[in-house]
Ligand binder design. Structure first.
Ligand code: OGA
Ligand code: NI
Length: 345
């Protein structure tokens, strides 16, 4: 029998896994883990629970997209075996020796497959490293990217491609329900998000951290894409801003967390919210999450949909090419990201 040696996690960039000053946040940026709201919790929607009443489901999704911009879905149609399989492959990937992952380092922004390390830029320009490592690559169309993906673990390519296919179906269904929730025809959002969307994924690994009060796994941000389907490995850490407070997201087995992102906030003229969220660390358990993003192509013009604006509800954002949005994002990167505010009228 093959015995697998469990080796302690090491970051691919070889930063030691100890609380060196580069990970310590300035006092006012620390997470205050006790100061969270237990008054509210992120809504859970059963996608099979409205079989006789699609209208009820549309209403529910519309309501939570306006109030929270984040919800969990169960009975979402993506096979539980694939969900577990893709996380298992990612876990094996993050447990490879750092030398085997560091081949995915690049300084080139436009490189589609790479390892990322996030920083927070304080007002004094001091960079603070996040307690996490992210691996990013496209997830559709499969034929275009499969050959760039890891070959170790050996099942990575096939399991990711199979998962991506099912997540794609769910993504379309959610976009259709969200379009109807705005009172529009079901294909409206997809049509306005334009041809050749950019489908990419972020796998985030957060090793246990000796001092969760001093560090952050992923700094507060809004997703800059259109829509995010996030799978968690069951370990808490994700928090969303609601009513001015941080609300912990309790992972629900076999659920996905759906996050409305900036482009849908703009297209809906602010009706649907792209909420701020963050990931805090914990002392004992590794967290692994997989975010699948749907973003417009650089050339697409985004702005409030004409059907949703009139004299009484004038557009609150200007039209822009998605490329401009990305440029603004890179300008602000590392700061608290309020990219969409730059496009307000
Ligand atoms: C993200 C994200 C949260 C998490 O990847 O954009 O918000 O729990 N991840 O990892
Ligand atoms: Ni996010």
């Amino acid at each position: 029998m093959e015995v697998k040696k469990i080796v302690p996690f090491r970051f691919a960039n070889n930063t030691a896994l100890c609380l060196s000053p580069e990970f310590i946040l300035p006092e006012e940026k620390r997470p205050c883990l006790c100061d969270v709201s237990s008054m509210h919790s992120v809504p859970i929607i059963d996608l099979k629970g409205y079989d006789e009443c699609e209208h009820g489901l549309v209403q529910k999704i519309s309501e939570v997209s306006q109030q929270w911009g984040m919800f969990q879905v169960i009975n979402h149609g993506v096979s539980p075996d694939l969900c577990r399989g893709v996380l298992a492959a990612l876990l094996e990937f993050f447990q490879l020796p750092p030398e085997e992952r560091s081949i995915f380092f690049t300084k080139d922004h436009s490189e589609p497959v790479k390892i990322l390390n996030y920083y927070f830029n304080g007002s004094d320009q001091k960079k603070v490293a996040m307690w996490s490592e992210t691996f990013t690559h496209p997830w559709h169309p499969t034929e275009d990217f499969k050959h760039y993906l890891p070959t170790n673990p050996p099942q990575y390519r096939d399991v990711f491609a199979a998962y991506a296919k099912e997540v794609g179906t769910l993504m379309n269904r959610l976009l259709s329900l969200m379009s109807q929730g705005l009172g529009l025809e079901e294909g409206s959002l997809v049509r306005r998000l334009g041809a050749n969307p950019n489908f990419y994924s972020h796998a985030n690994y957060y090793p246990p951290c000796p001092e969760p009060e001093l560090t952050m796994g992923l700094n507060e941000h809004n997703d800059i894409t259109a829509l995010t389907i996030l799978q968690l490995n069951g370990v808490p850490g994700l928090q969303v801003e609601y009513d001015g407070k941080w609300v912990p997201v309790d992972p629900v087995p076999d659920a996905f967390v759906i996050i409305v992102a900036d482009q849908i906030q703009v297209l809906s003229n602010g009706r649907y919210k792209s909420p701020a969220h963050r990931a805090v660390t914990n002392r004992w358990l590794s967290r692994l999450s997989l975010a699948m993003f749907y973003a417009p192509n650089d050339e697409v013009v985004i702005g409030p949909m004409e059907e949703l604006t009139d004299e009484e509800l004038p557009p609150i954002y200007r039209n822009y090419r998605h490329k401009e949005y990305m440029e603004e994002f890179y300008r602000q990167q590392g700061k608290r990201r309020r990219v969409k505010e730059a496009f307000e009228l």
